[in-house]
Design a protein around this ligand. Structure first.
Ligand SMILES: *[C@@H]1O[C@H](CO)[C@@H](O)[C@H](O)[C@H]1NC(C)=O
Ligand SMILES: *[C@@H]1O[C@H](CO)[C@@H](O)[C@H](O)[C@H]1NC(C)=O
Ligand SMILES: *[C@@H]1O[C@H](CO)[C@@H](O)[C@H](O)[C@H]1NC(C)=O
Ligand SMILES: *[C@@H]1O[C@H](CO)[C@@H](O)[C@H](O)[C@H]1NC(C)=O
Ligand SMILES: *[C@@H]1O[C@H](CO)[C@@H](O)[C@H](O)[C@H]1NC(C)=O
Ligand SMILES: *[C@@H]1O[C@H](CO)[C@@H](O)[C@H](O)[C@H]1NC(C)=O
Ligand SMILES: *[C@@H]1O[C@H](CO)[C@@H](O)[C@H](O)[C@H]1NC(C)=O
Ligand SMILES: *[C@@H]1O[C@H](CO)[C@@H](O)[C@H](O)[C@H]1NC(C)=O
Ligand SMILES: *[C@@H]1O[C@H](CO)[C@@H](O)[C@H](O)[C@H]1NC(C)=O
Ligand SMILES: *[C@@H]1O[C@H](CO)[C@@H](O)[C@H](O)[C@H]1NC(C)=O
Ligand SMILES: CC(=O)N[C@H]1CO[C@H](CO)[C@@H](O)[C@@H]1O
Ligand SMILES: CC(=O)N[C@H]1CO[C@H](CO)[C@@H](O)[C@@H]1O
Length: 359
């Protein structure tokens, strides 16, 4: 058996810094937001992505093309990141590996010890060779306690590899993208993982979407828990409190937020049935609209619930509900991060906003 090499590479930049923005998105086109809103002066992360089929290959082409269909070389972007880091000495960049689509590759890597070792050393070598600050693992589907133990071992091996770089002045960072579903996070060996991690990035989005069964329109990123489990089956606060209850320092937890909305069509709004549609910005999954396209029509009414900290739009002409964060709701989430003493917040992803638009 060969260790799988299919990997999804996502570089996160801007962690652990204030008032910094990163001029990248996943379309290969730059976009630099203007000065941040002082109310949102929390730590920021802005990401972009590409794919790789050869782990050791630095010249990984992006899987997303620009408007002319041109491919952008990762090398070019990495170079730009490097230049940006020279100007902003606090900027940290991470090499992210994984993602929902690649869950099966994770399974193959994790269940074989040789593969775990190879993986840890190749991830760290690549990260070092392209001048980034550390690896970031995104595996959202740990499905057994055996696999949870294997994951701890992978983090251990990765940290050991990172520690071999004694010549590096600033310590490397190791991040884990933490799942939001209780059925997933309750399987994690959180206490076992924590000593090897610098921070945890909690994915506070996609709670419901076009895949939801039964087909009730609902809220995909509400902060607090409501009694209505038809429209709000999950919430951020309950999950964050769970991670903290396992002994993780609040300051090591970041919250990742969406710059997009989930649409439910042919519905009367939250708690009511909807029918699936194929209209969307993103091709692969669900009915997803970038923030910059919202609200979709002038006749849309926007609702904000400040108790549960959620917002959505509803267009009565087309019967479309979209669950997304308005600026007011995003600010409330930043306040939550500050009040709870969490590490910071991230927004996924920069391509979702217009040039100059404040997140
Ligand atoms: C683990 O992977 C290595 C390298 O591909 C292979 O030689 C070995 O047979 C595998 N072990 C098991 C138990 O599958
Ligand atoms: C990048 O975006 C700017 C502003 O939207 C646009 O003028 C420019 O043509 C784009 N560049 C490419 C290569 O698409
Ligand atoms: C961030 O920017 C705001 C407004 O420009 C400023 O008040 C604040 O001091 C800045 N914070 C840091 C850490 O530079
Ligand atoms: C976990 O997922 C893998 C494939 O991704 C599967 O082979 C395995 O049986 C699953 N284990 C459990 C306990 O569901
Ligand atoms: C990490 O791995 C080393 C070497 O295999 C082992 O001695 C140590 O016990 C591991 N640490 C944890 C916390 O599992
Ligand atoms: C730093 O250490 C690593 C691992 O030991 C080594 O591969 C690399 O060449 C060293 N870099 C420098 C600049 O000495
Ligand atoms: C919603 O809550 C009701 C009452 O507590 C419970 O009976 C039902 O199973 C829950 N439904 C879901 C999908 O969790
Ligand atoms: C946040 O979650 C904790 C733990 O579940 C709970 O005790 C607390 O009441 C929640 N806060 C709100 C405002 O719902
Ligand atoms: C907006 O809604 C009103 C009342 O439902 C309707 O008369 C009007 O045609 C709608 N406008 C558009 C642009 O859809
Ligand atoms: C949508 O429009 C219909 C007819 O005008 C009205 O009865 C209904 O209350 C409206 N629904 C919402 C959610 O505004
Ligand atoms: C910026 C860039 O490389 N643009 C190229 C994109 O592809 C078209 C068609 O192949 C070329 O004409 C452009 O020069
Ligand atoms: C295969 C496919 O559906 N491609 C579509 C992805 O989305 C873009 C932008 O909406 C379309 O132009 C493509 O046709």
């Amino acid at each position: 058996m060969h260790c799988p090499t299919i990997l999804f590479v996502l570089v996160l930049c801007g962690f652990a810094l204030s008032n910094q923005t990163c001029p990248f998105n996943n379309g290969g086109n730059s976009s630099t937001p203007s000065q941040p809103d002082p109310d949102l002066d929390a730590k920021r992360t802005i990401g972009f992505l590409g794919t790789g089929d050869q782990w050791a290959d630095v010249e990984i082409p992006y899987d997303t093309n620009d408007k002319n269909g041109n491919e952008t070389k990762l090398e070019g972007t990495i170079k730009q990141l490097y230049l940006l880091k020279q100007q902003n000495r606090h900027l940290k960049t991470l090499l992210s590996v994984g993602g929902y689509t690649f869950s099966h590759s994770w399974y193959l890597i994790l269940h074989n010890e040789t593969c775990r070792s190879t993986f840890a050393s190749s991830a760290v070598t690549l990260m070092y060779n392209i001048g980034l600050d550390g690896p970031d693992y995104d595996y959202e589907s740990i499905n057994s306690t055996d696999q949870a133990a294997q994951f701890v071992d992978l983090l251990n091996k990765t940290r050991t590899q990172l520690n071999t770089y004694k010549n590096v002045t600033f310590p490397f960072l190791l991040n884990f993208d933490a799942p939001a579903g209780p059925s997933r996070y309750k399987l994690l060996d959180i206490k076992g993982m924590d000593p090897f991690l610098d921070f945890w990035t909690f994915m506070a989005f996609d709670y419901v979407g076009s895949w939801t069964i039964p087909l009730y329109a609902g809220h995909a990123q509400n902060l607090y828990c409501s009694n209505d489990n038809l429209s709000t089956p999950f919430d951020t606060n309950t999950s964050i409190e769970y991670y903290i209850s396992q002994g993780i320092a609040a300051s090591k937890i970041n919250i990742s937020n969406p710059l997009y909305g989930h649409a439910f069509q042919n519905t009367n709004g939250p708690r009511t049935l909807f029918y699936r549609t194929r209209n969307r910005d993103w091709n692969k999954t669900g009915s997803i609209w970038d923030y910059k396209h919202l609200p979709l029509t002038k006749n849309t009414t926007i609702y904000e619930n400040e108790d549960l900290v959620l917002s959505w739009s509803y267009d009565n002409d087309t019967g479309t509900m979209i669950s997304y964060d308005t600026p007011k709701i995003a600010r409330r989430k930043v306040r939550y991060v500050m009040n709870e003493g969490l590490g910071g917040a991230a927004w996924w992803q920069l391509v979702g906003i217009r040039k100059g638009q404040i997140v």
